[in-house]
Design a protein around this ligand. Structure first.
Ligand code: DC
Length: 228
């Protein structure tokens, strides 16, 4: 049975992680959420005071990158890996709105990307991974055997994110979330370093009108066809 790498890229809030987790579970593969890594670097910049009042001190952040330790540690209770930043579990904190609003700009920095891509290469050495992100099929693993590119309309994506956030952030409005989704699309797809784009050999899934089960079954079928 050949071992493969599955790369799942696409716009934010298209359900990449949900699909990637289910696939990894079904195949006995490791799920790697690279967005969590960019979020952890953003939180690190905030904790260190390099990012405050909407101002990012790029030089200080870059100089401090050797002090940044990122690890995924498996949490058997969740059957998922938690994200550790310098030995602290930050899985919940990296999802807050402050991090979400700043992460795209941190992700534009070439030095940050270089460090994270090299960690990602390490994680994929033995293959058997489902990695989700923006540049997995184009930059991190251009040789991945299966590449999926996920998209949906900004309004549908904002509604999904809004529904998720309502319980933890009751003050948030749909308009704020929609604005954040559009803003991130713009930065992610126009940045100089590894912009979000579809690999020529990626399978595009627009899930505006697809159920989670439909898309899962379809991609699982593609993976099984390759694995045998
Ligand atoms: O998937 P997410 O929303 O958690 O990603 C957070 C941000 O990180 C997103 O704005 C784009 C960036 N990102 C990236 O540039 N490259 C990746 N491989 C993953 C995420």
């Amino acid at each position: 049975m050949p071992d493969i790498i599955i790369a799942i890229d696409g716009h934010s809030s298209t359900g990449k992680s949900t699909l990637a987790k289910r696939l990894a579970n079904a195949l006995g593969y490791v799920f790697i959420d690279t967005g969590a890594m960019y979020r952890a670097v953003t939180l690190f910049a905030m904790q260190q005071g390099f990012l405050k009042n909407n101002v990012l001190d790029e030089k200080k952040l870059i100089a401090a990158l050797p002090d940044l330790d990122l690890q995924f540690l498996f949490n058997p209770k969740k059957a998922l890996s938690d994200m550790y930043l310098n030995r602290q579990n930050v899985s919940d904190e990296i999802r807050n709105l402050a991090v979400s609003q700043q992460v795209s700009r941190v992700a534009t920095l070439a030095e940050v990307r270089k460090k994270l891509v090299s960690l990602q290469h390490e994680m994929g050495k033995q293959k058997r991974i489902v990695m989700d992100g923006r540049d997995i099929g184009t930059v991190v693993f251009p040789q991945a055997e299966l590449k999926i590119f996920m998209t949906a309309t900004p309004e549908i994506r904002a509604q999904r994110r809004f529904d998720e956030m309502k319980s933890t952030t009751p003050d948030i409005t749909f308009e704020e979330v929609l604005e954040n989704v559009k803003h991130r699309d713009l930065i992610d797809s126009t940045r100089k370093e590894s912009p979000l784009r579809q690999a020529p050999d990626a399978v595009v899934i627009d899930n505006s009108n697809l159920t989670k089960d439909e898309q899962f079954e379809s991609v699982l079928g593609m993976a099984r066809a390759l694995i045998g």
